[in-house]
Design a protein around this ligand. Structure first.
Ligand code: HEM
Length: 518
């Protein structure tokens, strides 16, 4: 008989059987031990939740693959059943009451990102996935400057230029009697903005015949790997495989590696220019110049070109679907409700009598109805729909009357908070007016967390707000008779690949301006 490779073939058959029985007994004991420990003696044993989730991480993985990727929905259902605190994996507790948010996500918080969750992104270097807070603080410094509100105000013409391009596409298609896929149009806009802003080299997806659909399929295509690497972190050694092998294994990954290589060439060219004194970060503003320039006062030592490649690709991915999704949701919801459409266009007409005027951000931010539309779009698009897991620091924590010892994970999500009826009455409805009621505003801010909060909150928030204001204002100042296609409940579902994505086979949202048909 061919041996199994365990060395058992050298034993007499009687002892082989004994060893096999002994091994099976050991495994059975180990399984029983884990079950009993996790259910009855584990430090989180008293926290309510389904037994299966307390027993195995596979509970999360199962729902992350079932019908798309909707563990977030399951967590929502568990909160409805068990209350504001639920054990959702053996070591993680989900919280739903907005009052708890700032206890975890605040400036100088001692809670750190959970490595099991964030290492699964497979980024060798990125402020987003740097779990220790001190390391994150160092890496985030130059990004704060590059994406500050002041920097965005200076470069807002980039956003206006791309918004004009999108409006032109709507016009061109409408004149030809064709609908424009605004779902991909808004995503293309957000990629064109971030690549122009960061690299001073635009990907020009708005000029591609398919609006860069391949790019979004590529980002979406590697989404499921996130849940695989969380379930089996050992598999992340695959990231170390030779690139030619990775490219063969996964076409979306191959695309990403090619984009990263492209970025690396630009980084090397920038480094050569800086080293030779041909440019400085003051006269040439790309993210590469910012990251490659040392800043001894702030302890900034430039990372290697490969590290910069990871950092910038991570930012590109973070900026693409999130903002694109917020914009699409805004257009969809406004078109769905003629009263909202009329109010919004009236406000914009009064503020900008010339429809082709530049939409100045500081003017737009003072328009109350538009502000309500932007906030509602962010609230209901769930840009990052995933929970944000954090490790409880030394000393432990108490939530909802339960003690969570240091080292265990707590998490909250925009999906849970933005749908809380106590904070947003009729939460599933798009109601821009709710943001005008000053009495409710303070309460709503507590539960309004599209960008997270604290030191780890979204570094791109000023740019994202700029894109939301300028693009929505440009569209609705110019087009008064836009019509969209009908979408079903299924088309409006979200899959969770950290950022929210519509199901692959969902009907895409499209628009046409009815006044322009020839
Ligand atoms: C509507 C659009 C956006 C939404 C809803 C959004 C949401 C978020 C959220 C919730 C986080 C925190 C993630 C965590 O705690 O793990 C985050 C982080 C981040 N976002 Fe955004 N984001 C948006 C747009 C952007 C844009 C335009 C950029 C481009 C600069 C960007 C870059 C980043 C980066 C680099 C991080 C990691 C920050 C860090 O850990 O220091 N995001 N975003």
């Amino acid at each position: 008989m061919v041996g199994l490779g365990f060395g058992l073939e050298s034993y007499p058959s009687g002892s082989k059987a004994a060893i096999a029985i002994y091994a099976a007994g050991l495994i059975a004991f180990f399984v029983v031990y884990i079950v009993v420990y996790r259910l009855f003696f584990h430090p989180l044993a008293k926290i309510p939740g389904p037994k299966l989730a307390a027993l195995t991480f596979l509970y999360q993985t199962y729902y992350s693959f079932k019908d798309g990727s909707r563990f977030y929905k399951q967590v929502g259902l568990l909160h409805e059943k068990y209350g504001p605190i639920v054990r959702i994996t053996p070591n993680e507790v989900s919280l739903s009451d907005p009052e708890n948010y700032e206890a975890i996500y605040h400036v100088r918080s001692r809670y750190t990102k959970d490595p099991r969750f964030y290492d699964a992104f497979g980024m060798e270097y990125a402020s987003f996935t740097s779990c220790p807070n001190e390391l994150h603080r160092l890496r985030r410094g130059p990004l704060n400057k590059f994406f500050s509100r002041a920097a965005v105000l200076e470069l807002q013409n980039i956003v206006q230029e791309k918004a004009d391009k999108l409006c032109l596409l709507i016009t061109k298609n409408s004149k030809a009697g064709k609908m424009l896929d605004i779902h991909h149009g808004c995503r293309a806009l957000s990629v064109d903005v971030i690549t122009q802003y960061m690299f001073n080299k635009c990907y020009d997806l708005l000029e591609a015949p398919d609006l860069g659909t391949y790019f979004f399929e590529m980002v979406r295509g590697i989404g499921p790997a996130l849940w695989v690497f969380q379930q089996w972190p050992e598999l992340s050694i695959m990231n170390g495989l030779p690139q030619w092998m990775l490219k063969r294994m996964s076409p979306p990954l191959a695309q990403i590696l090619r984009l990263q290589e492209h970025a690396k060439q630009q980084i090397l060219a920038t480094k050569a220019d800086l080293d030779a004194g041909r440019v400085s970060k003051d006269n040439c503003k790309t993210i590469f110049h910012e990251l490659l320039t040392p800043n001894p006062e702030e302890g900034w030592i430039p990372p290697t070109p490969d590290q910069i490649k990871y950092e910038t690709y991570g930012i590109l991915a973070a900026a693409a679907d999130t903002t694109g999704n917020g914009l699409t949701t805004g257009v969809y919801e406004v078109l769905k409700n003629p009263k909202i459409y009329a109010k919004l266009t009236a406000e914009l007409e009064a503020a900008f009598p010339d429809p082709s005027a530049k939409m100045e951000l500081t003017v737009l931010e003072r328009l109350p109805y538009l502000t309500g539309v932007v906030n509602e779009s962010l609230r209901l698009s769930f840009g990052v729909i995933s929970r944000l897991p954090r490790i409880v620091p030394e000393g432990g924590a108490v939530f909802e009357g339960y003690t969570i010892p240091a080292g265990y994970t707590v998490s909250m999500s925009s999906w849970l908070l933005h749908r809380n009826e106590d904070y947003f009455p009729h939460a599933h409805e798009f109601i821009p007016e709710r943001w005008a009621l000053t009495s409710d505003k303070q309460k709503m801010w507590k539960a309004f967390v599209p960008f997270g909060k604290g030191s780890r909150m979204c570094v791109g928030m000023p740019l994202a707000f700029c894109e939301m204001y300028v693009t929505l204002a440009s569209i609705f100042r110019r087009f008064k008779h836009l019509k969209g296609n009908e979408l079903s409940e299924y088309d409006l579902l979200y899959d969770d690949f950290f950022a929210s994505h519509r199901p692959m086979d969902a009907v895409k949202f499209q628009v046409i301006e009815q006044d322009l048909k020839e």
